[in-house]
Design a protein around this ligand. Structure first.
Ligand SMILES: *[C@@H]1O[C@H](CO)[C@@H](O)[C@H](O)[C@H]1NC(C)=O
Ligand SMILES: *[C@@H]1O[C@H](CO)[C@@H](O)[C@H](O)[C@H]1NC(C)=O
Ligand SMILES: *[C@@H]1O[C@H](CO)[C@@H](O)[C@H](O)[C@H]1NC(C)=O
Ligand SMILES: *[C@@H]1O[C@H](CO)[C@@H](O)[C@H](O)[C@H]1NC(C)=O
Ligand SMILES: *[C@@H]1O[C@H](CO)[C@@H](O)[C@H](O)[C@H]1NC(C)=O
Length: 576
């Protein structure tokens, strides 16, 4: 694997792409041998061993609810019990087929879509009200329906999936329930031109973003949505409008809306958000000329770290740039503060974008949440001036700063991008270590230990603990580049495993492979793996949280200078 030497990048300086300041990127402490990884359990859509599947699965989305994994695929919904492990395969306990009807397929085909596209790809899977809320593309005529969680029985009649689910299975979308309403980020039309953040169902009126207004959205790709305080935050990337470059530039964004928004007046922003604001996310490496990772790929949920609410994002560079990915962290307080800052505007189509002077911002401040009991207790009583301002000024001037002023993890000059992640903030026997698992477009998993620096709690160091093959081409039945792209990574803490979803399978990988070092204390300690420890009986064991077993580990330093060398360590790898 190529490691970047700082001045290699001087070559690119002419291109204004990067500076000489990339951090060193050491390789992993351990590369898990393929013969170990190949035996991990796989879900390939079977009920039992003698069952033969006819078609590939085309998995779109997965949802873990307690000890059950729900899998949304093409025309099928599966339920897999995570506690029923049986050797090298995970079987489903329930399958529900939800196909498009003949008429929907006929119309889809008539509109020129391919047979493969005119199927029902399940793109939304949410746990809600004791049931499952499911939406599928339904042959380019999206539908949503409720299913029971245990038997996957349809409840009631399906409803339209328009603005809740994309038409095209290739489109990215997000969905979440908050305060009884469904919040979605998707496209609302067949041609995928009208992007929307939409609220529906529940008690509150349905609201959307303005239609076909490039100030609000320009070809967005939705990544995630989270609830925090009175707002829902949406993370996405889109074409920038604020640079006067000739070529298109993609940037990463966070947008937010107030959960209590009731829409504008009959004159301005009726049935549209009055609280929609967005800001750029800054994931960059400082240096002579700043190097940006502009493409958000995935985020963590909001996690609690050292007393603050933090969200992590994996970003990459565009394909025509230096190949690279980075993990950046954002403090939710700092992020929210950006939305209290200055607005950005372009005075005329030719002029550059500049901050709006404070005196030109109407009062009450546009984009805020209406407060009960105040003069404007509802968004639809806001003055036209305020509503008009927010309609034309959704973009904030400042970018959301990254915590610690540099990425937590950087991987450049490798032939893959990092595109999925999951974080364990309670790793190790004392539940006080942070481990980040990253999935790459090659189907590999990278595991990093994050250690806050004692001098400066805003920054930290990372240790590249392990790299392993996550995708299993023999079992998953497809070895194309596309098939290796992970869709999601899910952590199942009770079983100490990761669930890696791909289009054709779900692979279950243990968080650590301690037993690889079982014959030798030195290797066990040197692995610095917070999940592993040297225990009585001279073995390297997976340590359960709160374990009472005495154990030895040295996660900080991996200091083995007092330990003897290992012989026959390789015998161990194959003989387990
Ligand atoms: C998950 O399990 C917990 C504890 O057993 C239970 O209280 C909770 O209701 C379950 N959640 C769901 C969504 O079933
Ligand atoms: C599904 O459940 C949601 C939330 O309870 C409800 O708003 C919706 O009407 C239900 N839809 C159907 C089709 O039953
Ligand atoms: C991004 O953050 C860096 C380092 O904190 C800063 O120097 C740079 O100006 C920021 N970029 C933007 C667009 O705000
Ligand atoms: C985690 O907890 C253990 C036991 O309380 C302590 O020895 C160790 O220093 C802690 N580590 C961190 C990183 O806080
Ligand atoms: C490693 O451990 C040895 C023996 O316990 C000790 O003398 C040495 O200072 C340690 N080294 C580091 C870098 O902590």
């Amino acid at each position: 694997m190529a490691t970047l030497t700082p001045c290699f990048l001087r070559i690119f300086a002419v291109l204004q792409l990067a500076a000489c300041s990339f951090p060193e990127e050491p390789g992993p402490l351990i590369s898990a041998p393929a013969e170990v990884v190949r035996r991990y359990p796989v879900f390939v859509g079977r009920a039992h061993r003698s069952y033969t599947r006819q078609e590939p699965l085309y998995i779109q989305t997965v949802l873990k609810v307690n000890r059950t994994l729900y899998i949304g695929a093409r025309d099928d919904l599966y339920r897999v019990e995570l506690d029923h492990v049986s050797g090298d395969e995970m079987f489903y306990s329930k399958k529900r087929t939800w196909e498009s009807n003949k008429n929907d397929i006929r119309i889809c085909r008539m509109k020129g879509k391919h047979e493969e596209e005119c199927r029902n790809y399940i793109k939304v899977l949410l746990s809600h009200d004791g049931g499952l809320f499911v939406c599928g593309t339904n042959a380019f005529n999206p539908l949503c329906a409720n299913y029971t969680r245990d038997t996957l029985e349809l409840v009631g009649e399906p409803i339209s999936g328009m603005a809740r689910c994309p038409y095209d299975p290739k489109h990215a979308n997000v969905a979440l329930f908050a305060e009884g309403s469904l919040f979605t980020g998707t496209v609302t039309d067949f041609l995928a031109i009208d992007a929307v953040i939409y609220r529906s169902l529940g008690e509150s009126p349905a609201l959307r973003t303005i239609k076909h207004d490039s100030k609000w959205f320009r070809e967005p790709y939705f990544v995630s949505a989270v609830e925090w305080g009175p707002h829902i935050y949406f993370f996405f990337r889109e074409m920038a409008m604020e640079f006067n470059y000739l070529e298109k530039v993609m940037v990463s964004r966070v947008a937010r809306v107030c959960k209590g928004d009731l829409g504008g007046s009959q004159r301005v922003l009726e049935r549209q958000w009055t609280s929609f604001l967005k800001a750029r996310l800054n994931c960059s490496i400082p240096g002579d000329s700043h190097f940006y990772f502009n493409l958000l790929q995935s985020t963590s949920p909001i996690i609690r770290m050292q007393g603050r609410d933090v969200i992590l994002g994996v970003f990459s560079t565009p394909s025509n740039s230096i190949p690279g990915s980075a993990v950046c962290a954002f403090d939710m307080q700092q992020l929210a503060r950006v939305f209290e800052g200055r607005f950005k505007e372009q005075k005329s189509p030719e002029s550059i974008w500049t901050p709006v002077p404070d005196e030109q911002v109407p009062k009450p401040r546009p984009g805020g949440c209406a407060v009960q009991g105040s003069r404007f207790s509802s968004s639809n009583s806001l003055p036209d001036e305020v509503l008009n301002f927010i309609k034309t000024h959704p973009l904030m001037d400042e970018a959301v700063p990254l915590l610690g002023h540099r990425p937590w993890i950087v991987k450049t000059m490798v032939r893959y991008q990092l595109n999925t992640m999951v974080v364990d903030t309670e790793a190790g026997p004392h539940r006080n270590r942070t481990v980040v698992f990253l999935g790459s477009t090659r189907g590999t998993v990278l595991k990093f230990l994050i250690t806050p620096s004692p001098e400066n709690p805003y920054s930290n160091t990372n240790t590249f603990l392990e790299e392993l093959e996550g995708y299993n081409p023999e079992r998953c039945g497809d070895d194309s580049v596309q098939a290796r792209q992970p869709l999601s990574l899910t952590l199942d803490k009770p079983s100490h495993t990761l669930l890696l979803a791909f289009h054709s399978c779900v692979v279950r990988v243990p968080v650590a492979r301690c037993q690889l070092h079982s014959r030798c204390m030195k290797n066990c300690i040197a692995s610095r793996d917070p999940y592993c420890g040297w225990t009585k009986g001279s073995t390297c064991s997976l340590l359960r949280p709160g374990t009472r077993l005495p154990f030895v580990q040295d996660v900080e330093y991996g200091n083995t200078s007092h330990l003897g060398d290992c012989d026959g360590e390789f015998v161990n790898l194959f003989g387990m």
